[in-house]
Design a protein around this ligand. Structure first.
Ligand SMILES: NC(=O)c1ccc[n+]([C@@H]2O[C@H](COP(=O)([O-])OP(=O)(O)OC[C@H]3O[C@@H](n4cnc5c(N)ncnc54)[C@H](O)[C@@H]3O)[C@@H](O)[C@H]2O)c1
Length: 439
């Protein structure tokens, strides 16, 4: 099949590449000429395990191309995926300008049947707006052409995006057009050879499913963060509690890890957008408003602990910080808790020397203007003479460091662990003062 993907970011690039991997011909469009130039030159603008190799393979096989030329991209595919950003507007609602611009571009250049598939995360009702934008633009051109609008939300996780796309738990297809549904079934057949994974539904339900999934996961995290804070006060260990409840199959172990709050490009903005959407339609989503407030507070939790130890004025202090990305295996710094932590520590006068295995270049882009923040190329050098070590992202490389070397390098053996990486009793046994979350 011939497919166009509009927007070559985390979702668009992974979608386009995985669709090419199973034999389709895919044209990826982006408005960012630097991104497309980089892709055309064999570079990859994001860090995603396994992606560079897969892109290279499919480019070499002639199945994957990149362009900034809208007319060319519209002409290319019968299926047109929209995978552009939907950032929060000022009131928290999803900003649909990029989605609607993409839809109008399709209508401006199409000359036959197109299935317009919305893969971006969009509020309920966007399918109707996309349909109206296309119809309007076609009317302006004075032409009548057939098209269908499909909602196909994406559930991939950054850091495991290829695996998630190639072996999806489910493929949600919201559509009411039989021809479009048939095309989507053919398109996704290679990804569900083992058993049927397509959940076919109406467009609105598909749109809401995506928000419901992310809101549920965010809720679990905020729930555990609040319980962790309570456990600290009560003298309980949240790690044991986590295992105690996770063993219940009705609850399960996923997304029960307390920490420094959720971040990333999805949970914060999707929770906000769903709350805003409820508001717009006269429903106050009380649980989700609390989820968001609890998360904002949690991002300050590690700094509060530092302040309790050193006082509110941190001038003259220097801290080593391990982990900048909002989670391991990605370089995505959007809404990363590290940004709040660095901002708050340096605002109080501290210096921060940070290390992240892959996100330093992105962190430099978003926080590089902070004169009290510097970046190290290895995990041990920030520790030299530092007042304490703060752990913010649970990269594998931090799981079992050389604790003797850590102790020798630090001014004092003091760790603030925002990800509960270590066994508190053991660490205290070898002489560390160890502050974790909820333990
Ligand atoms: N990142 C994730 O893990 C993830 C997971 C599931 C769903 N989503 C959703 O997918 C959508 C895209 O997210 P992302 O993380 O890939 O964003 P991104 O910012 O990485 O990529 C979006 C790309 O779209 C391009 N773009 C904007 N307008 C365009 C236009 N008119 N024509 C062509 N290109 C255009 C931008 O230049 C950018 O490269 C969002 O709605 C997001 O909520 C993201």
């Amino acid at each position: 099949m011939k497919i166009t993907v509009i927007g070559s970011g985390y979702v668009g690039l992974v979608t386009g590449t995985c669709l090419a991997e199973v034999g389709n011909h895919v044209c990826c469009l982006d408005v960012d000429p630097a991104k497309i130039a980089m892709l055309q030159a064999g570079g990859i603008p994001i860090y995603e395990p396994g992606l560079d190799e897969m892109v290279r393979r499919n480019v070499a096989a002639g199945r994957l191309t990149f362009t900034t030329d809208v007319a060319e991209s519209v002409a290319f595919g019968e299926i047109q995926f929209i995978a552009v950003g939907t950032p929060p507007d000022e009131d928290g609602s999803a900003d649909l300008q990029y989605v609607l611009a993409a839809a109008r571009n399709i209508a401006r250049h199409m000359d036959g049947y197109k299935v317009v598939v919305d893969k971006s995360t969009v509020p309920v009702g966007t399918g109707d707006k996309v349909r109206a934008a296309i119809a309007e633009t076609l009317a302006e051109r004075g032409v009548e052409l057939p098209f269908a609008v499909v909602s196909n939300p994406e559930f991939l996780k950054e850091g495991a995006a290829i695996e998630d796309f190639m072996k999806p738990d489910r493929i949600v297809v919201g559509a009411d057009d039989a021809r479009a549904i048939e095309l989507m079934r053919r398109l996704y057949a290679p990804f569900q050879r083992n058993h049927e994974r397509i959940l076919c539904m109406d467009v609105r339900s598909a749109e809401l499913t995506k928000y419901a999934a992310n809101a549920m996961l965010a809720t679990r995290i905020s729930f555990m963060n609040e319980l962790a804070n309570l456990a600290e006060t009560l003298g309980a260990d949240i790690e044991l509690v986590r295992q105690g409840i996770g063993a219940d199959p009705r609850i399960g172990y996923h997304f029960l890890y307390p920490g420094v709050g959720y971040g990333g490009s999805c949970f914060p903005k999707d929770v906000k957008a769903l709350v805003a959407s409820g508001h717009e339609h006269g429903h106050e989503l009380k649980v989700l408003s609390a989820v968001e407030a609890a998360n904002d507070a949690q991002k300050l939790r590690l700094v509060d602990k530092v302040v309790r130890e050193f006082g509110a004025d941190l001038s003259g202090r220097r801290f080593a910080l391990w982990g900048l990305a909002f989670k391991p295996n990605t370089d995505d710094m959007r809404e990363a808790p590290s940004r709040v932590i660095v901002r708050e520590l340096t605002r109080r006068g501290a210096e921060v020397v940070a290390f992240d295995p892959v996100a330093a270049h992105e962190a430099r882009r978003v926080m590089g203007d902070n004169p009290r923040l510097t970046f190290a190329d290895d995990m041990m050098s920030p520790l030299e003479g530092a007042d304490a070590l703060l752990i913010v992202t649970e990269w594998k490389a931090f799981r079992s460091p050389d604790f003797d070397a850590v102790r020798a390098a630090l001014k004092q053996p003091l760790i603030f662990d925002g990800r509960n990486m270590y066994d508190p009793a053991w660490l205290r046994g070898i002489g560390f003062t160890y502050h974790a979350i909820g333990r």
